[in-house]
Design a protein around this ligand. Structure first.
Ligand SMILES: [Zn+2]
Length: 329
């Protein structure tokens, strides 16, 4: 069933695990993500970027996610807007029934320019004011995560400053905060070694002992999946992700939501390439979309186990959005 994102964040925060947040653009991806959640008894964020909303013409993806929620009433699912660019898009998403939104006030709506602290604060406040009466949770971002996601992004990482973060959360009061501690969007995350700043995370968690933190750009880009893509005609040189052990070390230190998109993309693409290359006569889309769905499900399941989400679906049977409005507004 669909639940407000805040319920999942708070449960993960209190229990020292992180909820995986996986991006979807189509039916097979939504099915893979929710089937993995059902199989591992995990709560889950299904996230939809601005680009995915446009691609799916606003309503299709939302209705597919509602179908998944109907199929899996036992799994708490948050329908989340990823990298919302402005209040207008947030309003549209809430109209569509999203239960959680991110306002990315680290970048301007074109995704090219970093916003100032004051600009970020202003847009985040306006989103919190708008969303809270609906019981919809708000994720903000401070600092910029490197790499490019869905055409939005800057190349450098600006690490989140702990004092600024405290000031920001006090003033804007988002339900969660995306932080930059060294993760990066995309398939080529690092030229050199992956180093997450655990000391910085510790400092942030100390300053914000009650705020669930979010990690973006946290795909691990497993080399065995990259090999499949490259073996069957693909070309992904230098693909490199976040070290999974370093990622796991963030658990229990305030990190309550971890975003994974690239890993799923690679799994899907590899599976499709393999089928088509091995079976050039094949032209039934189900014959390659089916294996793509299976491959994605395996990746999502693995992350749910690694993030300690598995087995942690909170007992939230009867918390509806109506009740959430009363709880959180
Ligand atoms: Zn992101």
């Amino acid at each position: 069933m669909l639940v407000p994102g805040k319920i999942l964040l708070d449960h993960a925060f209190k229990n020292g695990y992180a909820v995986g947040a996986f991006n979807a653009n189509n039916m097979e991806q939504v099915q893979a993500i929710t089937d993995a959640a059902a199989e591992t008894q995990s709560p889950v964020f299904i996230q939809v970027s601005r680009g995915a909303l446009t691609y799916s013409r606003m309503t299709y993806l939302r209705n597919i996610i509602l179908a998944a929620a109907e199929e899996h009433p036992e799994i708490p699912i948050a329908m989340h807007l990823d990298h919302g660019s402005d209040l207008e898009l947030v309003k549209k998403s809430i109209d569509l029934g999203f239960t959680s939104v991110m306002i990315d006030g680290s970048l301007d709506p074109t995704g090219k320019r970093a916003l100032t602290f004051e600009e970020n604060l202003e847009v985040t406040k306006s989103v919190v004011d708008y969303a809270r009466p609906f019981g919809v949770s708000v994720e903000a971002e401070l600092g910029t995560i490197g790499g490019v996601e869905d055409e939005a992004g800057v190349s450098e990482i600006h690490y989140t400053d702990p004092d600024q973060a405290l000031d920001f959360v006090k003033q804007a009061a988002p339900d969660s905060l995306a932080i930059a501690i060294g993760t990066s969007h995309g398939a080529v995350k690092f030229e050199g070694e992956c180093i997450l700043k655990h000391d910085l995370l510790e400092e942030l968690h100390k300053k914000l002992p009650n705020t669930p933190l979010v990690m973006h750009g946290s795909s691990s880009v497993p080399q065995e999946l990259v090999v499949v893509v490259n073996k069957y005609g693909g070309n992904m040189p230098g693909a490199k992700g976040v070290d999974i052990e370093q990622l796991q070390q963030t658990l229990g230190h305030g990190v309550s939501k971890i975003n994974v998109d690239t890993d799923g993309r690679i799994a899907v693409t590899g599976a499709i390439r393999k089928v088509l290359m091995e079976n050039p006569e094949e032209f039934d889309p189900r014959k390659y979309m089916g294996p793509a769905r299976d491959a994605l499900m395996e990746v999502v399941k693995a992350r749910m186990i690694q993030f300690k989400t598995a087995g942690n679906a909170p007992k939230i049977e009867q918390i509806t959005l109506e009740q959430a409005k009363e709880l959180y507004s």
